[in-house]
Design a protein around this ligand. Structure first.
Ligand SMILES: [Zn+2]
Length: 595
């Protein structure tokens, strides 16, 4: 995984190098204050600048280090008194290392010969003229009054930074000669230095988290110290950090409409999906290609899905890019204090990735009655809606934010979509529970989730659930679900919309103890039936005939006392399929009755 992240970092560097190339020794850093001095080191003024980026010395970790000529007020001015003394000392030491450069002469005078009119005056002025504490936090860089360049940006200074960096690398290499476990080369040294911080990790600290770190002796071996144990060279460390930071942050502004139709801009990650607030998934391909299929999972459009299924199943891959040996990668991560926890790792060919997504859509496809079309149409659930359909709700109908399982469920679903894996059965328990407690019952999303869970668990040629009402041989539990839907519609036809109809009161009972529950329900049914027969005799007879057919199929007097978890799922699907079919048939029956 780290190897592939490093490869991604290298690809990004190559792609970027068309317009700019930054040496490993240098890095782009923000600057917010210019400290203007004269040629002989006399302080002139501070100039606040809108946060801009500048090229400066690259340092891997801030702690115990100061950057050449560009740093915070603590380092540059010893702002903060005694507490900043060590930081300021480090800054001066760094200057000392470069004291042979003539570009630095004014700065050295500022700190030494012209101290009173230099650093001392500057510190006083800093506290007076920059009154806002917030403005005192940024990086400070030196500039000579008559000069356009900031001193740390002068070509001679940057060149010296590179020379020193390369000399150090060479020295380290000569002393160790260890092969990097990622690139297999000994071109760059393996060092016990932090690899760089990963930013924007969910639940991670804002200053960043480390992917590789050894903070206890217990994790070290072969008398190696700290990150020496990882055997990752400085170049691979840099590139994997860049790769992961890019994956976690890359995206673009998009315009979205809120529920009131008002437009506003929002940030959309292109290579990252958030699962709740504590987990995120990142994904990419070796060649850093776009992956529209991932967007389909989140917002499936039936035409796109149909085209995808067609191209993969017919084997006529017109789009040649999928025949290339391109690899797809993905993993889920969360922050825990200063570290990163990796939850899983997917590495697969782009072709298999596409095949998995096609299988996903086939498995979640389910027919739903469309009131506008007055017909059934295929419903492809949004992946996140499937996760949502298992989430607990508050009494006012809003989602319960304390139900932390959402991110876990979403994680399982992403894995199932990308790797074509089975889903855990506890998810079935959860979705059935929601179907029972939620006022919308077995929604299309819930039915889709039950369908994919059951079908992917069904390895031994058992009952395969399709998109719509089954014909032919069906399991008892499935037919019981149909009977339940039928009884519900007789009740509805007789009594109209009730506050708590039979689904609210008997769904779990019938799903758990079918024999006892259906006996009780048929007692109730005879009352509803008598009422309906007096009011709408035609409808009553049709419904009863259909009900009798189903009862015959299942041997109503020999129902099992209980259903297994899988059978409960079949019951819910039978109920759902029957209801969708009834919606479609309902109109014509009503019309007949009125005629
Ligand atoms: Zn390496």
């Amino acid at each position: 995984m780290i190897h592939e992240l490093s490869e991604l970092g290298k690809t990004l560097r190559r792609q970027k190098s068309n317009n700019e190339w930054i040496h490993d020794a240098l890095k782009s850093e923000p600057i917010s204050i210019e400290l203007v001095i004269t040629e002989d080191g006399v302080f002139q003024r501070f100039e606040l600048i809108e946060k801009k980026l500048t090229i400066a010395e690259a340092i891997t970790a801030k702690k115990g280090k100061a950057r050449l000529l560009l740093d915070k007020a603590e380092e540059v001015l010893c702002y903060g008194g005694e507490a900043s003394k060590t930081k300021h000392e480090l800054f001066l030491q760094k200057l000392d290392e470069y004291n042979n450069l003539r570009e630095l002469a004014p700065v050295i005078a500022f700190y030494k010969n012209n101290k009173a009119n230099g650093i001392e005056k500057a510190l006083k002025e800093f506290e007076i003229s920059i009154s806002d504490e917030k403005n005192r936090k940024g990086n400070i860089g030196f500039r000579i009054q008559t000069d356009g360049y900031r001193i740390h940006e002068k070509p001679g200074v940057l060149k010296e930074v590179i020379t020193k960096y390369e000399a150090l690398q060479e020295k380290l290499l000569a002393s160790k000669k260890r092969k990097c476990s990622l690139c297999g080369q000994s071109k760059y040294p393996v060092e016990d230095i932090p690899h760089g911080m990963i930013k924007k990790v969910p639940n991670g600290q804002s200053s960043g988290c480390a992917l590789v770190s050894y903070n206890e002796n217990a994790f070290e071996s072969y008398s190696l110290k700290g990150n020496d144990n990882s055997s990752i060279c400085t170049n691979c460390a840099k590139t994997y950090v860049e790769g992961l930071n890019w994956l976690l942050s890359i995206g673009n502004e998009i315009i979205i409409k809120n529920s009131k139709g008002k437009e506003k801009s929002a940030f959309r990650y292109t290579n990252r999906k958030n699962f709740g607030s504590d987990t995120a998934m990142v994904f990419w391909t070796r060649g850093n290609k776009e992956l529209p299929e991932i967007d389909y999972l989140e917002a499936p459009n039936p035409e796109d899905v149909a085209r995808l299924i067609e191209s993969v199943t017919s084997g006529t891959e017109k789009d040649s890019r999928y025949l290339e040996p391109e690899q797809f990668y993905s993993f889920t991560l969360s922050g825990s204090a200063a570290r990163i926890a990796i939850r899983d790792w997917i590495a697969t060919s782009l072709y298999d990735f596409r095949k998995s997504i096609v299988q996903w859509f086939k498995d979640i496809a389910i027919k739903e009655y469309d009131g506008d079309l007055k017909n059934l149409r295929t419903h492809y659930a949004h992946l996140y809606d499937l996760a949502r359909s298992c989430q607990r709700k508050n009494s006012d109908g809003s989602y319960d934010k304390d139900d932390v399982s959402l991110s876990r469920v979403a994680g399982y679903l992403w894995n199932a979509a990308l790797k074509n894996t089975t889903l855990p059965l506890w998810l079935l328990t959860k979705v059935l529970q929601r179907a029972r407690l939620d006022k919308y019952g077995v929604t299309a999303d819930r039915a889709a989730l039950i369908k994919i869970i059951l079908n992917r668990h069904n390895k031994g040629g058992g009952f395969v659930i399709t998109e719509k009402l089954e014909e032919g041989r069906k399991p008892v539990a499935y037919v019981c679900g149909q009977i339940f839907a039928k009884l519900e519609s007789v009740q509805y036809a007789a009594l109209g919309d009730l506050n708590a109809g039979i689904r609210e009161r008997y769904f779990t009972y019938a799903m758990t103890l079918p024999s006892a529950a259906l006996g009780r329900l048929f007692d109730l049914h005879s009352k509803h039936y008598t009422k309906l027969k007096n009011e709408k005799p035609g409808l009553a007879i049709t419904l009863d005939k259909e009900l009798q057919e189903l009862c015959k199929d299942v041997g109503i007097n020999n129902l099992p006392p209980t259903f297994t978890l899988e059978e409960k799922g079949q019951f819910a699907i039978g109920y759902y399929h029957q209801k969708q079919a009834q919606f479609k048939g309902a109109k014509s029956k009503e019309n007949k009755e009125e005629a």
